[in-house]
Ligand binder design. Structure first.
Ligand code: TXA
Ligand code: MG
Length: 351
């Protein structure tokens, strides 16, 4: 039996054999999440192409904001499909991969392998090639990259055994490919190579001294921006966030003719205001009045997972329409709505 129930929990343990890996791939292809070991800690993975799958990661982790995730892939050559390596990045990758080193690199424009929710709309991407058979088999069988943060609830310690994963998620634990205790126990070193002077954003088992001979300089370490749980102490200081060029107006209940609309749920009660006159003639009126390029609905049925999966894609779409402003309808601050509102609020502040 490849899927068995652990006594006393609802966690499904998957064995790391061919049948188990194939089962895990089915789960990923269905837009769901699966936990797997790496040489550092256990990761909570989704198909990096699937916005719905990646939204599940944030839902499961209970993260109050969308932090960009690390993309796991099997080789530097495969990573070059969606990210850009200069000669410095190639040298570093070819020296330390596979292994516990994550590189922040420019996202390749026009790529289709990485959903915008993975990078939280940023134009950089965190990439690493794990040195562990299970994720390598999983990536190969999926035929694509896997986005994965550590497999724990937000604000708790990173898990190094399936038991840690289960105790963090409780009854709600996602399926776990069981691979015993992880070797390193500390998360990968994160090296930002998207900037001219390399910076270590998170220390790990690969040290500045290990990197120095390859980089030709000892990289600066930003050691105190992350707290003990790996969360940035002052978000926004170094962790950039996506900011559209177009102004953003939150909690819109009506729309001006030259605005773009980011809707959520039913637009029945959304009005159109022109010459100071509010018109709300019939259901779907605004929808008919606005150019289709300037209208996006995060989720017509008001589903927050669907909304999360669409958020950055739709903001990018609307940002390119030369509208005077993006009017965003109210989104409830529950579940994933918290993370959606956090990003919208930051975007609104920075325009
Ligand atoms: O060892 C590890 O790295 C584990 C295993 C599962 O691979 N993963 C892990 O992921 O620790 P996570 O999500 O817990 O930490 C990823 C960190 C976050 O602090 C995030 O802010 C940062 O990487 N990050 C991701 N993309 C970034 C980007 N484009 N720019 C700056 N920081 C980024
Ligand atoms: Mg973490």
């Amino acid at each position: 039996m490849m899927v068995k129930k652990q006594e006393g929990t609802d966690a499904k343990l998957i064995s790391p054999d061919i049948a188990g890996i194939a089962h895990a791939v089915d789960i990923l292809r269905a837009g769901e999440v699966v936990v797997f070991p790496t040489e550092t800690v256990y990761g909570l993975g989704a198909d990096a192409r699937s916005g719905a799958g990646v939204a599940q990661i944030f839902l499961r982790k209970g993260r109050p904001s969308f932090n960009p995730l690390i993309v796991h892939i099997n080789s530097r050559v495969d990573a070059e499909i969606f990210s850009i390596f200069d000669s410095r990045a190639r040298l570093v990758a070819d020296t330390f991969w596979p292994g516990p080193l994550t590189l922040i690199l420019p996202l390749r424009p026009g790529q289709t392998q990485i959903d915008p929710l993975v990078t939280a709309g940023l134009d950089t991407v965190a990439v690493r090639v794990p040195a562990h058979k299970i994720p390598r088999d999983l990536i190969a069988a999926l035929g694509g990259a896997i986005a994965a943060p550590s497999a724990n609830k937000s604000g708790t310690l990173s898990p190094t055994t399936p038991l840690h994963v289960m105790s963090s998620f409780g009854d709600d634990s996602p399926p776990i490919i069981a691979g015993g205790a992880t070797r390193a126990g500390v998360e990968s070193t994160i090296l930002d190579l998207s900037v001219s002077n390399p910076v270590i954003l998170r220390t790990g088992s690969i040290t500045p001294d290990d990197l120095a001979p390859i980089l030709g300089t000892i990289p600066a370490v930003v050691s105190d921006i992350y707290d003990e749980t790996g969360r940035p102490k002052s978000p926004g200081l170094l962790l950039k966030h996506y900011a559209p060029r177009t102004k953003i107006r939150l909690r819109a209940i009506d729309v001006l003719p030259d605005e773009a609309v980011l809707a959520f749920g039913s637009t029945r009660f959304l009005g159109m205001r022109s010459n100071n006159l509010l018109r709300q003639e019939r259901s779907g009126f605004v929808r008919d009045m606005i150019h289709p390029d300037r209208f996006r609905n995060l989720s017509e049925t008001g589903d927050l997972v669907e909304a999360a999966a669409n958020l950055f894609k739709m903001l990018h779409d609307l940002d390119g329409t030369n509208a005077s402003c993006i009017a965003v309808m109210d989104i409830p601050s529950i579940g994933l709505g918290l993370a959606i509102n956090d990003r919208l609020y930051r975007a609104a502040q920075s325009t």
